[in-house]
Ligand binder design. Sequence first.
Ligand SMILES: NC(=O)c1ccc[n+]([C@@H]2O[C@H](COP(=O)([O-])OP(=O)(O)OC[C@H]3O[C@@H](n4cnc5c(N)ncnc54)[C@H](O)[C@@H]3O)[C@@H](O)[C@H]2O)c1
Length: 433
Amino acid sequence: MALSPQFAAIKISQVGIIGGSCQLTLRKFPTTRRPAISRTSPICTSTSKPSAGPRLISCRASLRPCYFLPVVSYSAFTTSLCRHDGPNKESQPPRWRPPSEESLNERPVLVVGAGNIGRRVALVWASIGRPVTIYDISPDALHSATLYITDNLAAYCTERGTHPGHVRTTTDLRTATGTSGHPERDSAGNITPNEHTKAPWQAIECLPESLPLKTSVLALLERSLPSDCILASNSSSLTTAEMAAEGPLGHPHRLLNTHYLIPPRNRMVELMSSGATSGAVLPFLAAQMRRVGFTPVVVPRDIQSRGFVFNRIWAATKRETLAVLSEGVAKPADVDALFRDFFHAEKGPCERMDEVGLDTVASVEQHDLERQPGLGASAGSEAALRWLRENYVAAGKLGEKSGDGLFTGEERDALREKHHWEKYKDVEETSGA
Ligand SMILES: NC(=O)c1ccc[n+]([C@@H]2O[C@H](COP(=O)([O-])OP(=O)(O)OC[C@H]3O[C@@H](n4cnc5c(N)ncnc54)[C@H](O)[C@@H]3O)[C@@H](O)[C@H]2O)c1
């Protein structure tokens, strides 16, 4: 099939790296097999400025049947990304078949993003002897994740009486996806699973909270992983239905949200369909999660819920707490004392918001207000957000990470001591009164 230069440009823009300084070189291959990189020469090069986002590039040469190998330099790191063909939305989604049980001891779980949550998710999946690969563009993030896993995996396994699985880290996407050779593809361009016994069976993106970034990386993974590999997003607020609607994803039948609530301390994980997730994916993955020690909560497959279950309720709690504080109805200590008493909780919403970071709380709230404009008017949320920004974020009072927040550093220390003693307090209860 002949490709017009315009079509090629659109396809390459989907590969584009979002933000940062990035150079993209498009190489053309005259045959239907991908030759070695050294035998090719660039036909066009485009450099985008920081935060320029994906961009279209024009090409001098005519783009007849060929493969495209964009070579993307992102900051100091270079990743080669092999494209076979763009997603074909008209073709029938292949039926998803679960990988065999035996293969799960050989095929790794791929965690994409080694940050705060990615390394924790990796730790739990490795804790029952399952192999795990962690991919990140930042060697520093991988180094720090390795230290975290080295420090914690053995202790975690000892506590559970399990053996640790092999964890490896890489900055090379083709190593991460196990597709450095020439994978066999079916007529729709999907990699056939049989050829990839060592390729991941599940990829979990733990990338920063950016819709275009997550979507473009998931689209790359979709094309690089065998067709039985589940694609999961750990986003706290973006649904995979939104990601599927963005464009570059071809077949969202193996895509879903898996929202981990900060493991390994917490074992709950919420599962929600992309709206097109194959019926077999949710029960299969939920069963695997139980085996690892997670407790999955599955949103019915035909329902889409912004914020899934917990974050939807937590968002409303945060919003109303900020409104109460900004209107002077109560102080943070009073709000938290009420919550601790009623729920028998260790911490109240103000202490939790200090823990998360008030700058993060403000950006999530801003994001929610933009997506659901009705919220601002009904709950005075815009005024509460302004109050939070002016009195805390602008003043550098961000909570635990900066010292002071809704509670001062000293108040938080006193609360920590109180929680410690409360854990050992004997609660006497009678069955009658
Ligand atoms: N922090 C929480 O409490 C929490 C809880 C549950 C879910 N989440 C979700 O988890 C996701 C990750 O959050 P986090 O706090 O771990 O973020 P983070 O910033 O700590 O980590 C993100 C990692 O992604 C890497 N990265 C960036 N671009 C990349 C790319 N193109 N390819 C590969 N790696 C790339 C970064 O180097 C970084 O190591 C977010 O979607 C968030 O909503 C967060």
